[in-house]
Design a protein. Structure first.
Ligand code: COA
Length: 324
């Protein structure tokens, strides 16, 4: 028996940061950002709003749509690289605020692949007898963004998405998941300071070591190749062909990456889910945020074959094939 996505939910903070706003912060232009990334605006948290606040809203909406009570959840997996604090896990804060009293809870750290990694772990638990697992991707990327670096600050945004996983049927639900990592390329996208290697200090702050550093151009090329590979792997593993896919939901990193990947896969534009124009790259939140939008807007219907593919820091890459 497969695990199935019983409900979805998402939440983005109200504050909108447009490309015009960024023009006033760094040397950039709306034209450059739209042409090179496809992003027009992103959402940012208000001061005092943290990862758990976004996760809570998304989780509550997912529970409501799944018609599952928080007290019935067995496990909470929160994918994030921007948790409220480094200790305890943000999943534990969420467990308390949801009133999910019997749930075990932990964070999953796999950057932009975090949601697909967490989905894969949740799937394994449901298949081996667990009843309900709450899987969330929630990020406050604005907290680790250097707002004076035009190479990175135009890309990221804040948000959260969640799903409730429970028992499905033999021919629907999560059909397979595929996870990969290559730590040799860890410095392609990283936050060098603020952890145990370079603990928080005045120097770390002054040298902007607690913010995302990224080799954008090299990352771009690997992202296209890895997401294509992961997508092909999921399709092959299930004996279907790319033409059978009803909706492709890739990690929302850059419009040019998404278009290049779907072109290589031979997928028509109408099968590609895009919402990064409104939210930018929200890391682990990006796929569940797009998934919830696709469900809400009825782009996903019962029986549809939905392909998820992600890529991110680590480096990590991953995919999942879901029969709705
Ligand atoms: C970051 C990214 C948008 C840059 O686009 P690009 O086409 O690769 O641009 P380049 O890095 O080659 O830079 C081209 C020029 O634009 C400039 N530039 C960079 N950011 C700019 C900005 N926001 N506004 C205006 N110019 C900018 C660069 O300084 C460079 O100028 P130069 O030629 O004078 O040196 C693109 O590489 C990308 O999206 N990479 C993947 C990043 C990603 O998705 N990371 C997360 C993965 S989960």
């Amino acid at each position: 028996m497969n695990s199935a996505i019983l409900g979805t939910g998402s939440y983005v903070p109200e504050h909108v940061l447009t490309n015009a706003d960024l023009e006033r912060m760094v040397e950039t232009s709306d034209t450059w950002i739209v042409e090179r990334t496809g992003i027009r605006e992103r959402r940012l948290v208000e001061s005092g709003q943290a990862c758990s606040d976004l996760a809570l809203e998304a989780a509550q909406r997912a529970l409501l749509s799944a018609n599952v009570k928080a007290s019935d959840i067995d496990l909470i997996l929160l994918a994030t690289c921007t948790g409220d604090t480094s200790l305890p896990s943000t999943a534990c804060l969420l467990q308390h605020r949801l009133g999910a009293t019997k749930a075990a809870a932990c964070d999953i750290s796999a950057a932009c692949c975090g949601f697909v990694y967490a989905l894969s772990i949740a799937d394994a638990y449901v298949k081996t007898g667990m009843r309900y697992v709450l899987v969330i991707g929630a990020e406050v990327m604005s907290a680790i963004t250097n707002w004076t670096d035009r190479n990175t600050c135009v890309l990221f945004g804040d948000g959260a998405g969640a799903v409730v996983l429970g028992l499905g049927s033999p021919d629907s639900g999560v059909l397979s998941t595929h996870l990969h990592a290559n730590g040799r390329l860890s410095e392609m996208i990283h936050v060098p300071g603020g952890g145990s290697k370079e603990p928080a200090s005045r120097e770390v702050l002054d040298n902007k070591r607690c913010y995302i550093h990224m080799k954008g151009n090299e990352t771009f090329k690997i992202a296209v190749k890895s997401m294509e590979e992961a997508a092909q792997e999921a399709v092959k593993a299930n004996g279907v062909i790319m033409g059978d896919i009803d909706l492709f939901i890739p990690h929302q990193a850059n419009m040019r990456i998404l278009k290049a990947v779907s072109q290589r896969l031979g997928l028509a534009q109408e099968k590609l889910m895009i919402n990064l124009d409104k939210f930018g790259n929200t890391s682990a939140a990006s796929i569940p945020l797009a998934l919830d939008e696709a469900v809400q807007s009825k782009r996903i219907q019962k029986g549809h074959l939905v392909l998820l593919a992600a890529f991110g820091a680590g480096l990590t890459w991953a995919s999942a094939l879901v029969r709705w």
